[in-house]
Each structure stands twice: as structure tokens, then as C-alpha cells.
Design a protein around this ligand. Structure first.
Ligand code: TXE
Length: 499
């Protein structure tokens, strides 16, 4: 059983906030308080950064053999796996996503610890061919203290994507999880501490973006900042990182296009589209929100899509039969419905959904009927802004060029999908799309080995894979003089002397 009252994790211990403040985490399916969590602010962030700084500058973690670090990370992975049911329940209570989805996601997240433990264990430093009688080797050393700011939509998984490579590379960390869903990241700290990670290496300080998040971003003793969040938050965090001259990695908003060619059977296309659009009630940065469908098949596709969308079982996310839960908060619900209204006002047709669900099962939570919109055009707000809800628009295209042009007509470039049975077209179209990830005949797949980052306003840098591990290190070049000839730059030559 995970406690309803949660404290901060600082320097290997659970502690209350310095001023004793707390914040309440609301269950979006019931609107009742699910957890009361210590609320960190500037002074708590200071003490977490101090602990991380000490652990980096004087503690064993950065100096530990990578196999020893790997052993601790793998032990934490096993602890988390053994708790996937209870942490899955925590995630559902905080975010409202169906329990079956969250248990699966929580069960997957520890793979990041295993993968990056392997990367650290097998990492080889370089010897480079410097000219002259020199041996030049290049070590990869930890950056220092990594600050990570994480969102509410995949609370454990996104925290893991940052913490696992940062720790494997020998850094120490301060995590500021979302105020909306901070409990699973706290459980990650607990698992790492139980697995034997030294004090101060992992610190987790829940709090609001405007105080704790800002304090972490602007802290002068961190060496890198990572964010997953909205694009506006990304601009603020990147500006602060610029002032401190520290690297920033940011994974921000998206508006993923899903290109569906007319050689795909309608049932397959509709199953793919609903998976792309409605998983997590569409609250995902790579949710397929713009369905681009060949004009020859669009009518049959839309008819089937609406039929299928209306069959999605929305309900209490704790129940195994629920396929979709509520959206995360009143604020998100209002924002989503406002965007649907703006689409209506601008002339779009809402074919199904588009409203808050009524009736006794939905009385209290933030439930929205999954929504399909047609008759859209590029200038509508619904086509430009990230909706972050169960809302999808459908647009026709005439040929491959138009499909690509529509797909690229967005400020974002995080995820995209191409559905076709034509092998050549699948690859050619994928290569023409300006997006960090492209799925062919699939969506949402993610792997610790697979780079994950956004083009355009979707972010800076990339998560996952060996490249991300290297980004949590700095290259230190060590040049060794192998010459046996004595050398004295100023001592020897008369002719070089000024007369
Ligand atoms: O995100 P915020 P919100 C998008 C999505 C959503 C919108 C708003 O479109 O509708 O953003 O969601 C912290 N300095 N995404 O308000 O505010 C904040 O406390 C430092 C896309 O929830 O960006 C939280 O920990 N930190 C996205 C984190 O940033 C600040 C996931 C994200 O919150 C801060 C979430 C500041 N000034 C939302 N302001 C994705 N890429 O998946 C906020 N924070």
C-alpha cells in the first residue's frame, strides 16, 4: 500500500517541506483528493541541489565503476517491477488513465534503468589520432547535477527517461515532478534508495512550476536542465538555461499527423487511427491529432471512424473494462472544450463527442466524449494548437505531395505516422516528414534504445539511446606527451631572442 501522505525525497531521506506546506493531488475520475504531498519551494530546491552537489563533488557515485552503478540501477528496476500494480494504481488515481494502461506502462519503465545500465557498463572511451608524439584519449565524464522537470501525462515513464541515463552516466539529479501527478516519481526515488543508491544522488521535490520549477531552472549550481512540458514552459526554461550557459533538453508540444493512404483496409486504418488519437484520452505529445486521409477512401474511413469512436468504453479508469478515463483536470477539460467550440465557430463539423459526458457514472469526473471533427482548414485554432485531449480532426489529401505538405504544415514536429502497404512510398514519405519520430503502420511505440526528440517547436535535443547517454556527459580530452626529446619552448634558441 502506498501512503496517502507523501514527503519530499532529499539526500536519501523523506522530509517535509521546510515551511510545512502541502499540495493536494486530485483524482480526476472522482474530483476527490487522492494524495497530500509535501510542497517544495525555493528553499527546498536549494537543499536538494546542495545534496546533489555534495553527492556529485564528494560522493562515490560519479567515481563508482559503471558495473557497480549498473548493479544498483538494475536492483531498482526489479523493485519497481515488483510494485507495478500498486504504482499503476497511483498513476491512475493521479492522472485518470485506465489501470490496465498504467500497469503496463509502469511495468515497462524499469527497462530504461536496465538499458542505460548496459550502456554505461559497455561504454568505451576513445583514443583519437592527434598528430605529433602524443597519445590523446577522450573520457566521458558526468556533467554534474542534472535538474529534471517532468509533466503529469506519463509521470513515471517521462521521469525515468531523464533519470535513468543521467544516473547511469554518473550524474546526480534533482527532479521537480508535476504538481498534478508527483507520487510515482517519488516512488522512483524510494526504489533507487532501497536499491542502495548513495545519499543525494536522487532528489525529488514536488511543487508548482512557478516556484519550485522556476527555482530549479534558475539555480546557479546545476549543470544541465531537462524538461518535458508545454512549449511556452520550454521557452522559459531554455531562456533560463541560456542565461546560465548550461545545456538544455526539452521535449515539448506536438500535433502529430497520421497519413492514411487508400491501399490500407478501412478497418486497419480506423484501428490504427483510434489507437493513435485516443490512448491516454489524447493527452500525449505524440497523439495522432491530424488524420490525413486519401480522398478516395475518406468517406468510408470517416463513417467507420465515427462508429468505432462511439464504441470506446469511457468510464471509471480503475475498472478493467474501461478503455478511456477522464482528462486530467478541470483546467484541461475547459481548454479542450474551448478549442472544440472555436472549431465549431470557425465552421468545422463535430461528428461525434465534443462535450462533457453527463449521467451518473460521469457525475464528478472530467470525462469528455471522444471527438471527431471534419471540414477543418489550416488556419483554425484546432489545427494549429495542441489540444491534449480526445479530439481528432480528419482532412482529405489528393496525392503524396499534398499529404506531405499538410503533414509538415505545423509548428511542431515530434511524432508522425504513415499508413500504407506500399513499401517504397512508406519510406519515401517518412523521410519527407519533418518530425523526430515517424511510425510506419503503427503509432506510440517507444523504446529506451530509440531516439526520441522534436523538430521545430517540439523541442531541443533527444532522449533515449546511446546519443542521449553521451549528452549527459562532457568529453574530457587528455593529451599525453610520449616524446623522449627534452623540450624547452623558451630556453634554447638564440635566434628567436629579441635583439
Ligand atoms: O504543462 P506545463 P501543463 C502541453 C499540453 C498541455 C499544456 C499545458 O499542450 O495542454 O502543455 O500543460 C513545470 N519554470 N504539455 O500546464 O505547465 C510544471 O510544474 C519551470 C505537453 O501541465 O508545461 C510541470 O512540472 N517549470 C507535454 C512541467 O513544467 C515550470 C506534457 C510541465 O508543465 C514552469 C505536458 C516554469 N516557468 C503538457 N511552468 C508533453 N510534451 O508531453 C511550468 N513548469
Amino acid at each position: 500500500m502506498i501512503k496517502q501522505d507523501q514527503l519530499l525525497w532529499i539526500d536519501g531521506r523523506e522530509v517535509a517541506a521546510l515551511d510545512g506546506e502541502t499540495l493536494e493531488v486530485e483524482n480526476p475520475a472522482t474530483t476527490q483528493t487522492a494524495f497530500v504531498v509535501a510542497r517544495g519551494q525555493g528553499p527546498d530546491i536549494d537543499s536538494a541541489v546542495d545534496a546533489a552537489r555534495r553527492a556529485h563533488d564528494h560522493g562515490p557515485w560519479p567515481r563508482m565503476h559503471p558495473r557497480e552503478r549498473g548493479r544498483i540501477l538494475r536492483a531498482a528496476a526489479e523493485i519497481l517491477r515488483s510494485r507495478k500494480e500498486s504504482i499503476g494504481e497511483v498513476e491512475t488515481a493521479c492522472v485518470g488513465r485506465p489501470l490496465r494502461e498504467m500497469v503496463q506502462q509502469v511495468g515497462r519503465a524499469p527497462d530504461w534503468l536496465d538499458f542505460f545500465a548496459s550502456v554505461a557498463e559497455t561504454h568505451e572511451d576513445l583514443v583519437v589520432p592527434a598528430s605529433g608524439e602524443l597519445m590523446n584519449y577522450v573520457r566521458r565524464v558526468p556533467l554534474g547535477v542534472v535538474g529534471a522537470i517532468t509533466p503529469w501525462n506519463h509521470p513515471l515513464l517521462i521521469t525515468m527517461k531523464k533519470v535513468a541515463p543521467a544516473l547511469a552516466a554518473g550524474n546526480t539529479t534533482v527532479v521537480k515532478p508535476s504538481e498534478v501527478a508527483p507520487v510515482a516519481p517519488l516512488e522512483l526515488a524510494r526504489a533507487l534508495v532501497e536499491a542502495g543508491i548513495p545519499d543525494g544522488v536522487i532528489n525529488v521535490v514536488p511543487g508548482f512550476g512557478t516556484d519550485a520549477g522556476k527555482a530549479l531552472t534558475e539555480h546557479d549550481r546545476i549543470d544541465r536542465i531537462d524538461l518535458t512540458g508545454g512549449t511556452e514552459t520550454g521557452r522559459q526554461v531554455a531562456a533560463a538555461a541560456g542565461r546560465s550557459l548550461i545545456p538544455v533538453q526539452a521535449e515539448l508540444g506536438g500535433k502529430a499527423p497520421v497519413l492514411i493512404f487508400d491501399d490500407v483496409p478501412i478497418d486497419v486504418a480506423v484501428a490504427g487511427a483510434t489507437f493513435a488519437s485516443f490512448v491516454a484520452s489524447g493527452q500525449s505529445c505524440i497523439a495522432g491529432t491530424r488524420l490525413l486521409v486519401h480522398e478516395r477512401s475518406i468517406d468510408a474511413f470517416v463513417e467507420k471512424l465515427v462508429e468505432r469512436t462511439q464504441l470506446i468504453r469511457v468510464g471509471d479508469p480503475m475498472q478493467p473494462e474501461a478503455q478511456m478515463g477522464p482528462v486530467v483536470s478541470q483546467r484541461q477539460l475547459d481548454r479542450i472544450l474551448r478549442l472544440v467550440e472555436s472549431a465549431r465557430a470557425e465552421g468545422a463539423r463535430v461528428l461525434c463527442g465534443g462535450e462533457r459526458l453527463a449521467g451518473h457514472a460521469f457525475e464528478r469526473g472530467y470525462f469528455i466524449a471522444p471527438t471527431v471533427i471534419t471540414d477543418v482548414h489550416r488556419d483554425m485554432r484546432i489545427m494549429r494548437e495542441e489540444v491534449f485531449g480526445p479530439v481528432v480532426s480528419v482532412q482529405p489529401f489528393a496525392d503524396e505531395d499534398e499529404a506531405v505538405a499538410l503533414a509538415n504544415d505545423a509548428d511542431f514536429g515530434l511524432g508522425a505516422a504513415v499508413w500504407t502497404q506500399d513499401l517504397t512510398r512508406a519510406h519515401v514519405v517518412a523521410h519527407r516528414i519533418r518530425s523526430g519520430t515517424v511510425w510506419i503502420n503503427d503509432h506510440h511505440r517507444i523504446d529506451p534504445a530509440s531516439p526520441w526528440g522534436g523538430f521545430k517547436d517540439s523541442g531541443i535535443g533527444s532522449e533515449n539511446g546511446v546519443e542521449a547517454f553521451n549528452d549527459y556527459t562532457a568529453a574530457q580530452s587528455v593529451l599525453v606527451n610520449l616524446s623522449r626529446t627534452p623540450f624547452d619552448w623558451f630556453g634554447s634558441s638564440e635566434e628567436l631572442r629579441y635583439s
